[in-house]
Design a protein around this ligand. Structure first.
Ligand code: TMP
Length: 211
């Protein structure tokens, strides 16, 4: 029997705690004897990191931004995520397609059809599911996000958006979770780190039991 790795994505508005918890999550899974890699979007490959820099630092139309994100995603999925899963390596990815629906779709008004068509192209070219097995959605209110990113000296183009934008993004994420309750688990990460970690542990234990 060929064992496949699992694909876990972490989502949420900036400052919600994805990055802090992704390495810790990898350690938990490794302690269970699993092979794990951490990766992120936009990025995850050499080309993807170059595209990430272009997207974060240059003004462009939301549609051009969406296509660049999917170009990076195509490379990332084909060269890193898919081969890892096929080699029984678990992939923890900081942001994936849900982020595009939340940020470009709800946040910036790119039409759902536009995003869906790019998602469809990616999917039909990969010959395996591109849907994550589990998504952890870290949820915090905008005010807390501001506090948490206040130490960053130079905010990027995304982090500089206002409360109206981030409230739309947050709402969209919660809507995605509501529509996909089996895959997407919402974590209230507004409390202390220990609290968030204990919620993640419980979700992961349940996920492992369900396999
Ligand atoms: P990060 O700070 O979580 O690494 O992500 C960089 C920014 O990229 C973040 O502000 C959200 C944005 N982003 C999108 O707008 N759409 C996407 O599809 C992805 C993956 C990220």
């Amino acid at each position: 029997m060929i064992l496949l790795g699992k694909f876990i994505t972490l989502e949420g508005i900036d400052g919600a705690g994805k990055s802090t918890n992704s390495l810790w999550l990898a350690d938990i899974l490794r302690s269970r004897g699993l092979n794990v890699i951490n990766t992120r979007e936009p990025g995850g490959t050499e080309l993807g990191d170059k595209i990430r820099h272009i997207i974060l630092e240059n003004d462009m139309s939301p549609e051009a931004e969406t296509m660049l994100i999917f170009a990076a995603r195509f490379e990332h999925f084909k060269n890193i995520i898919q081969p890892s899963i096929r080699n029984n390596i678990w992939v923890i990815c900081d942001r994936f397609i849900d982020a595009t629906y939340a940020y470009q779709g709800s946040g910036k008004g790119v039409s759902l059809e536009f995003i869906k068509s790019l998602e469809g192209l990616l999917s039909t070219n990969m010959a395996s599911s591109i849907v994550p097995d589990l998504t952890l959605l870290f949820d915090i209110p905008f005010d807390l996000m501001l506090q948490r990113i206040s130490h960053i000296k130079k905010l990027d183009r995304f982090e500089r958006n206002n409360d109206i934008f981030f409230n739309r993004v947050r709402k969209s994420y919660l809507e995605i979770a509501r529509k996909n309750p089996c895959r997407v688990k919402v974590i209230d990460s507004s409390k202390c780190l220990e609290n968030t970690k204990s919620i993640i542990s419980e979700i992961i234990n349940n996920f492992l039991v369900s396999l």
